[in-house]
Design a protein. Sequence first.
Length: 152
Amino acid sequence: MAKNRSENRTYPSRYSPDVDKDGIAWVTGRQYIVEMICENKAAKEHKELPRGFYTKDLDLKGWQKFYQEQINNRSLTKLINNHTVEKLVAFLRENKYIISLRPKWVHQKIEEYNYKAPSVNKDDVSYNFGKKEKFVRNNTKKSIISRLEELE
């Protein structure tokens, strides 16, 4: 996790505790994909993910272990090499029920997924870095741990 956006850390994290002065933390594409998978799993289990759910000091019922299993997954490496991170992110945004990239049927669905990469013009700036980005599932509810931290 990084506080500054760099060439390899280009995705805004919703859960990293290492935020910059604007409240944004930047992660790699691989970390972003795994965050999305964890989000999908939490939604399926009707749970809420607090900020930093995968850190050692805040291991919530195996989330750190699940995160590590997914981030070190060889099939994720294979998918990233065969497809782009952007295609996988778009696929996961449309398929909220995917909670692992290991099964073969998920690989087949990604192969069949019709992804059209957006055209990029150097004149067209599509992201305003000065403005805070609001996400639909961005921890708007406060977890019990967040409430306890506020009370301290």
